[in-house]
Design a protein around this ligand. Sequence first.
Ligand SMILES: Nc1ncnc2c1ncn2[C@@H]1O[C@H](COP(=O)(O)OP(=O)(O)O)[C@@H](O)[C@H]1O
Ligand SMILES: [Mg+2]
Length: 320
Amino acid sequence: MAEAEAEATAVADEPTAAEPNSAEPADGAMADGAMADGAMADGAMSAAPDSDPAPDTGAATVAVTTADPAPDTGAATVAVTTADPTPPLGTRLEPLLELTGVSRRYGSGEAQVTALDDVSLAIMPGDFVSIMGPSGSGKSTMLGLLGCLDVPTEGTIRVGGHVVTAMDDAERSRVRGREIGFVFQQFHLIPHLDALGNVETALLYRGMSAKERRARALASLERVGLGHRHDHRPVQLSGGEQQRVALARALVTEPKIVLGDEPTGALDSKNAELVMGLFTSLQSPERAIVLVTHDPHVGDMAERRVRMRDGRIVSDERVS
Ligand SMILES: Nc1ncnc2c1ncn2[C@@H]1O[C@H](COP(=O)(O)OP(=O)(O)O)[C@@H](O)[C@H]1O
Ligand SMILES: [Mg+2]
């Protein structure tokens, strides 16, 4: 599947087609040069699981899930998440995202790589998290799992209390479309659609009228300061503008969870600052923002800093 499509479906509420099933994405949609960067964005990489689909280990996934998302009454939900012995510090809120004993391996035999090694992590509403660590330490793999773009080899992932590792692809895609906005380093806009069309892709398949879709997409573009560019295609926009369109696309569904994989990595410092300003403006007590970054300035802006090494979390500190 082409990267752009993968991303479009990642943000859209589309069923099974959203799951890339090959480690080799087609490059048809890249022809326009909008994503000409030969280095594939990390996000897309983890979005493309290798050929042996990670088995969902059924055991931990029991019934639990289907109830209402985001319940804020403590007791019942705590009971539901008992598998994880790490309750959030000093709060009765339920995690928005939760990894429990999650591992992700690629390939098999001697060539097998353990990209993520028995990681547990709970992201709470209101969290603004940076994930840093050397290249290859598993940051993108972890973010892809948090973002429901990929499934783990082992372990349990919950999004808004739902055990997504117990879901089929279509169900997981729906959760992703409803709860998560994802921004990649290389934007992953669809080259033949204008800015408005790109943002609208996140609202497809929701039973929304075309008129309402356009109105919402335009409002989202205005929010990132690009209303006047709504009819420009990606190739007609600067990198910074493209990333803002990608952000508008991620935000148009008003997701509780916003994930960015090196979202400023392809931008000059001025545009990086602009995009970071937009990310910080998204903070709210109900929302979690998680950014993978190499940039210490970006990392410093986060209130919770997670460091990874060799597929493991080596530190997780809150700074206030
Ligand atoms: N689709 C894939 N197929 C095979 N190996 C992969 C794939 N994606 C990531 N890896 C490997 O997993 C490890 C972690 O990669 P990644 O999560 O992209 O790290 P980071 O984002 O920290 O640079 C690396 O060794 C990488 O080569
Ligand atoms: Mg990466």
